[in-house]
Write a protein of this length. Structure first.
Length: 235
């Protein structure tokens, strides 16, 4: 078993244990393997271990992997854009990704819808919420989410699926759970008041997936615990 395969098994066991502790079924939470900064070979290892959904923060790097792995004949891969999107990159995202979890402006959503090829299924999207008000984080403020959701759901080539959050790390487990619970409450309010039928709550990463699952996450985004320390270039 490769290191990545072993790590994937460990993460899946963590997810299953967290689901049991929260009184939820293991199938309630899906795993997104965040492969940013790792090459196509790392994705291939994870694929061989049964992983199919992958998240990319850097658009051009992600598109290169999408194209390389398509040329290698891999089928059933699902690609999620989870990083910030500039206007000049929306066409790349619309043409190559299956999901976008980082929509936080109507202009970006409109461009994604306009540029989504007619031959592809609608782009699945989540609105990124800046729940803790972190100054260095992208995301729409919680008070503006409902209006953005009303606008995005009208766009013809997008399908609004839910919310995504990336709060600042918290050492206190109870505080972490409480912060994730606020995102869950917003998610529930949107469904109750607007009838949006949202089904995806993307919360939790390598360090806090247990707290996120306890609060109701349906998708955890795990990179380091699967692929290891990221090979960022030296400063």
């Amino acid at each position: 078993m490769t290191t990545i395969a072993s790590n994937l098994q460990d993460v899946r066991e963590r997810v299953a244990a967290a689901c049991r502790a929260a009184g939820r079924g293991a199938s309630d939470v899906s795993l997104l393997a965040v492969s940013k900064t790792f090459g196509a070979d790392a994705v291939l290892e994870a694929y061989a271990a049964g992983q199919r959904a992958f998240g990319e923060n850097y658009i051009q790097e992600g598109v290169q992997k999408v194209q390389v792995l398509a040329q290698r004949g891999l089928h059933g891969l699902q690609w999620h854009c989870i990083g910030p999107i500039q206007s000049n990159k929306t066409r790349l995202v619309a043409e190559h990704f299956d999901w976008v979890q980082s929509v936080d402006r109507l202009r970006i959503a409109q461009r994604l819808s306009d540029q989504r090829p007619a031959g592809l299924a609608p782009l699945q999207v989540c609105l990124q919420v800046n729940m803790d008000g972190g100054t260095n984080k992208a995301g729409v403020p919680p008070g503006e989410v409902a209006e953005l959701a009303r606008q995005v759901v009208q766009l013809p080539r997008l399908r609004l699926r839910g919310l995504m959050s990336i709060p600042e790390p918290l050492a206190d487990v109870d505080a972490c759970r409480a912060l994730h619970a606020r995102t869950r409450a917003l998610f529930d309010t949107l469904n109750a008041e607007q009838g949006l039928g949202l089904d995806t709550l993307s919360m939790g990463m390598s360090a806090d997936l247990e707290a996120a699952i306890h609060a109701g996450s349906t998708m955890v985004r795990v990179g380091t615990a699967i692929f290891g320390t990221r090979p960022y270039p030296a400063a």
